[in-house]
Design a protein around this ligand. Structure first.
Ligand code: FA5
Length: 342
């Protein structure tokens, strides 16, 4: 009897070591320790033993039961650790993965994209980037730019005046920053001034009441139109490719002399003529010229010593050309269906 009990303990120890899952372990427990299990079967047989013998065998039976329970406890611990490790491996979480339900992020407005691209280009050529106020004085917007009160050139830019502040306008151009820049930093000077401007326009596909320009000014000794053309060529080629040429044709602007209207070869048809360039082969993208002596004087610069050139890109137009936008009014509409495309 004692031997059979010891044999049972040995048998359990051998089997339990190979069990790897909780279900088999439970089955094994019922098989050995359950009411109808092997140990109970043996213990029932003890009833037939003599008193003395039953005491001895009973002690062995208890010892075997405890040993089996202890082995079971150890196996249970081992199996549950293994199962935790395997489910951790299966349910592995990549903590670097972006969350699924983040708030949607916006994108840069197409005007901002082109503006930042040009800011980078100009700063690489030693230009500084300046801001100016959108609510500007009549003096900076017109008078200091050689457009005195009642001069007919004021009619070229239909202006928003401000109620109760006759000397204040919503700036019609970024050119006032030329004066502000010269007064603030002196010469020699290289600056660009991108920004929003406003005109009381009857709007259509090419004209908005609110649009963006990018002004440029270079003042130094011995600056000529050749410098101006070279810089503008670099910009045009950066925007539309190395084959791009520029064409300068005379145009009147009160703050430059001589003044030009700047065009680039149409990047779509390479100058052959197409719908985009209205079959001319050229696209008009800026105004420019040599800074008028009166403007230099307003900026505190001696025109007998220094000369300079200035230019003003229609930044919004550049954006339209770059992305093939057919109606300028989309750009300030705030329409997400349009903006999400960029
Ligand atoms: C000017 O505003 C001058 N300040 C440019 C300049 C600067 C000339 C320095 C010489 C030296 P203009 O009015 O032509 O010029 O406007 C410049 C550009 O702004 C135009 O070529 C055009 O691309 C753009 N533009 C003008 N009006 C509108 C409008 N209503 N909507 C969108 N773009 C416009």
């Amino acid at each position: 009897m004692k031997d059979r009990l010891q044999q049972l303990k040995k048998e359990f120890a051998e089997i339990v070591d190979h069990v790897v899952d909780r279900e088999t372990l439970e089955e094994l427990k019922t098989q050995f320790l359950g009411r109808k299990g092997k140990l109970n079967g043996l213990m029932k047989e003890m009833a037939n033993l003599a008193d003395e013998e039953r005491k001895l065998v009973g002690a062995v039976a208890n010892e075997v039961k405890e040993a089996i329970e202890a082995a079971f406890g150890e196996a249970e611990c081992r199996v549950s650790k293994a199962s935790m490790a395997s489910s951790a491996a299966k349910e592995w979480i990549d903590v670097t993965e972006p969350a699924l339900h983040t708030r949607p992020r916006g994108t840069l407005h197409p005007v901002t994209r082109v503006q930042q691209d040009l800011e980078e280009l100009f700063t690489s050529m030693g230009f500084m980037v300046l801001d100016g106020p959108e609510l500007e004085s009549d003096f900076y917007n017109f008078t200091a730019l050689n457009i005195p009160p009642s001069h007919p050139a004021r009619d070229m830019q239909d202006t928003f005046y401000v109620d109760g502040r006759p000397d204040t306008v919503m700036r019609t151009q970024t050119s006032p920053v030329q004066i502000r820049g010269m007064r603030a930093y002196g010469v020699p000077l290289r600056l660009i001034a991108p920004g929003r401007v406003f005109r009381n326009e009857a709007t259509d596909v090419r004209h908005e009441h609110t649009f963006h320009q990018l002004e440029g000014l270079v003042v130094d000794k011995g600056i000529s139109m050749a410098h101006m053309k070279a810089v503008l060529e670099v910009v045009a080629q950066h925007l539309y490719g190395q084959d791009t040429k520029i064409r300068l044709r005379p145009k009147f602007y009160p703050f430059v002399e001589p003044g030009v209207n700047g065009e680039v070869t149409c990047y779509l048809c390479k100058g052959q003529g197409c719908r985009l360039c209205k079959h001319s082969g050229w696209l008009e993208i800026f105004g420019a010229g040599m800074v008028h002596p009166n403007v230099l004087k307003e900026g505190g610069v001696d025109p007998d010593v220094y000369s300079g050139f200035a230019f003003g890109f229609g930044l919004t137009r550049l954006v339209m050309l770059k992305y093939g936008i057919d109606d300028i009014r989309h750009l300030e509409s705030g329409d997400l269906r349009f903006l999400k495309q960029f």
